[in-house]
Design a protein around this ligand. Structure first.
Ligand SMILES: Nc1nc2c(ncn2[C@@H]2O[C@H](COP(=O)(O)OP(=O)(O)O)[C@@H](O)[C@H]2O)c(=O)[nH]1
Ligand SMILES: [Mg+2]
Length: 277
């Protein structure tokens, strides 16, 4: 016991010695050096504090987008409650809630809650998307894999109304991909081929290829009109090469899901990759 006390005493004395030597050294320094040292300490502290704040403010918002009827609201409830709340009506206001993913409910305290925004697909409400995109850690673009008929023969046979819907659909995705808020912040996007519980649903590979083809067409026709001078839009892909999602500055992946039956693991994985605990 006494030896421990002695050790402590010795240590204290050494520390005092060190402090005295440091004080002497500081006194010998020209005043400017001391000021510089103080400035460095203040600067570093401010930097560290800001860094911490920035780290904490990392977004946990996931935005759900896509045409109405693709299954966004069903997905929203599936992620939150693990059930589909059958019979959802067409929403006119975004559904917003912050929650633990239902599949992670038992990990309470270990995982970060996710803020999910379900933006209605109605064309009049699309500007709402611009409100939420700047805060997004990721965007889930829901595609109705049942209602997907993009090949030219089928399109030719479609009624004009359906044809318009297809066009609207491609334009919606295209407009998101060229948005400055998406490209500059490199917001990761997952294109979800939904409703795969039905056997007639198209595969994600098929949908990916068709989307790339249609976006390629839009890209050529659109850049011919605007000379890409519009400041809040970015040109897509590599000039002279057929468009693929891998050319995007942000990560664009394709996944499959059935929000009705709760097969949403690929979406949950995307969310967890982008909303870190
Ligand atoms: N078979 C099937 N139907 C679905 C699926 N997800 C949604 N639906 C149906 O598609 C319709 C539109 O869904 P909703 O979530 O309201 O779409 P939203 O307009 O994008 O919000 C509803 O009748 C849903 O029951 C799915 O994964 N499989
Ligand atoms: Mg909805």
């Amino acid at each position: 016991m006494t030896s421990k006390l002695k050790e402590m005493d010795q240590l204290m004395r050494e520390a005092e010695n060190w402090a005295k030597q440091a004080e002497q050294w500081v006194r010998q320094q020209p005043l400017e050096n001391v000021y510089v040292a103080i400035a460095i300490v203040i600067f570093t502290s401010v930097f560290l504090i800001l860094f911490r704040c920035f780290k904490h403010s990392k977004s946990n918002t996931i935005v759900l987008a896509g045409l109405s009827g693709s299954g966004k609201t069903t997905l929203f409830y599936q992620l939150r409650d693990g059930s589909s709340h059958l019979g959802t009506v067409t929403s006119m206001e975004p559904n917003i809630d912050t929650f633990l993913l239902n599949s992670e409910a038992q990990k309470k305290g270990k995982v970060k809650p996710v803020r999910v925004v379900d933006v209605p697909g109605h064309s009049r409400l699309r500007p709402k998307l611009d409100e939420f995109l700047p805060q997004a850690a990721g965007l889930v673009f829901v595609v109705d894999a049942l209602d997907f008929l993009p090949n030219s023969r089928a399109t030719a046979e479609l009624s004009t109304m359906n044809c318009g819907r297809q066009k609207e659909f491609f334009l919606y995705l295209y407009d998101i991909l060229i948005k400055a808020s998406v490209v500059r912040k490199k917001i990761p996007i997952v294109i979800v081929c939904n409703k795969t519980d039905k056997v007639t649903a198209h595969s994600k590979e098929f949908i990916r290829k068709q989307l790339e083809k249609e976006i390629d067409k839009l890209r050529t026709s659109r850049t011919a009109i605007s000379t890409a001078d519009i400041s809040d839009e970015y040109a897509l892909g590599v000039p002279g090469e057929p468009f693929t999602f891998t050319q995007c500055h942000n990560k664009v992946t394709v996944a499959e899901a059935s929000s009705l039956t709760g097969e949403t693991s690929q979406i949950e994985q995307f969310i967890r990759e982008n909303v870190k605990s």
